[in-house]
Design a binder for this molecule. Structure first.
Ligand code: MN
Length: 196
């Protein structure tokens, strides 16, 4: 098994170890968080992050954490527009209600607002965790701005390879609306799932 030591180490760590190691919780308003056992519909959130480079953070609740991707251009509801989604470290589920400003000098410094939030379903066979590991998730999002079927997939293998987010054709698809430009404001309330 020579050569796999690094991977073994990585997977032996707590799923939130990378998240925790990048942050000083005495200084950042972000939640320290913890693993949460799945119950009810899994949550999703998109946070507009006015960091050094503005981007949109897409997070899906999978396996007790928020699997996370950073979208430099933001999501689209036009099936013709593929959006790059760069994988980021797992975030705690408690992060789905975070909105605030990370002070200058800290990791991710800048304002973070809740651009969209809701629940999601996995439309493909197999568990979301398997789909995530394989690099293909078929989503039905039930948010305020993002609704209906989306594909989120990794065209090239490799844990750090970029993914692609694209809207699939359905009644929620809209080739005329630039949802990021037309609806920049935060959602007023975060959908709370039962038994949260
Ligand atoms: Mn971010």
């Amino acid at each position: 098994m020579r050569g796999t030591g690094r991977d073994t180490m990585h997977h032996a760590l707590h799923p939130l170890a990378a998240y925790w190691s990048k942050r000083d919780f005495r200084r950042t308003p972000e939640p320290k968080g913890r693993l949460r056992r799945a119950s009810g519909m899994p949550r999703f959130v998109v946070q507009l992050h006015e960091a050094h480079r503005r981007h949109w953070d897409l997070r899906l609740e999978i396996g007790g954490v928020l699997k996370s991707w950073s979208l430099p251009v933001g999501p689209s509801v036009n099936p013709r527009e593929r959006r790059v989604a760069i994988p980021a470290e797992d975030h705690p589920v408690q992060y789905a209600s975070f909105q605030g400003t990370i002070p200058p000098g800290l990791h991710g410094a800048g304002r973070m607002l809740l651009w969209d939030a809701g629940t999601w379903e996995h439309l493909a066979e197999g568990s979301p965790a398997e789909g995530h590991a394989r690099g293909r998730l078929d989503l039905r999002l039930s948010g305020s701005k993002l609704r209906g079927a989306f594909a989120l997939f990794r065209p090239q293998p490799g844990e750090r390879s970029p993914w692609v987010l694209v809207k699939l054709e359905d009644e929620e698809a809209d080739a005329e609306t630039d949802v990021v430009a037309l609806r920049p404001q935060a959602v007023r309330r975060v959908a709370r799932r039962q038994n949260a």
